[in-house]
Design a protein around this ligand. Sequence first.
Ligand SMILES: Nc1ncnc2c1ncn2[C@@H]1O[C@H](COP(=O)(O)OP(=O)(O)OP(=O)(O)O)[C@@H](O)[C@H]1O
Length: 272
Amino acid sequence: MSFQNPQAVRPHAYQPAQTQQSNPSTPNQPGPHHAAPGHPTPGRPAQYGEQGQAVLGGHGLVKYYGEVVGLAGVDVAVRAGEALAVMGPSGNGKTTLLHVLAGILTPDSGEVWLAGQRIDNLGDAARTKLRRQRLGFVFQDNQLLAELPAEENVALPLMVDGVSRRDAIARARTMLAQVGLAAESKRRPGELSGGQAQRVAIARALVGEPQVVFADEPTGALDATTGEHVISLLIGAATHRGAAVVVVTHDDQVAARCHRTVRIVDGRVSTR
Ligand SMILES: Nc1ncnc2c1ncn2[C@@H]1O[C@H](COP(=O)(O)OP(=O)(O)OP(=O)(O)O)[C@@H](O)[C@H]1O
């Protein structure tokens, strides 16, 4: 499935990570954290040291759609500057996990913590604001607005948040230059290649300096070479800024670019 469209302090740590595998082929180490200073980082797996605090943690996540199990009790955490791949068979809960972690869906039980704040129990308006201000999203189909040039697509989330048009466009242009699209900033999505359009979507996801970027099959509509370029750009640009990245993917090459992989099978983290 694709995407549809922050005070309490968590009292205890948890132990999910024996079920999450490091990706040995990934040379990068996660960057510095930017969890709120002074917070005992909720959701931090016990083996993470002070250099690797979890910016995002899900604990005991359960989600049903009527009788259908979406998630059956998932523990997961991701550090600032770390890219986590979420893999597993179709229909086993990957997108559900992404939506619950991103505050798009509320879990039936369990908790989600973002940089020291429990977020699963916030109201709709607060979660919407949090998603806009602190999270970034990259979709399989870039979901750019066809009638707007690239720079306005990137500037839009900033303007919605009250940044002046002039400043938002300036930041959008800087961001587009960073994804190699300075020359394309005035083009509309229909005038861009699939890979270029996805780079615009990456610029849009990053322009607000999010703490976590969620991507659901971000390379699913691209050929292998373009997909590899796009995922490298996304992970490099996000983790360089200290953001965490959570990528749902069926693609081993995409997962290999991430620091760790977690497999979701039957709504649970698989140990196999
Ligand atoms: N809105 C919904 N209503 C009812 N059932 C749903 C809904 N969304 C997901 N499901 C069901 O929940 C289970 C998990 O779905 P989910 O989309 O999370 O799987 P997935 O691993 O992301 O699949 P895929 O790889 O095919 O995208 C599936 O059985 C699915 O049919």
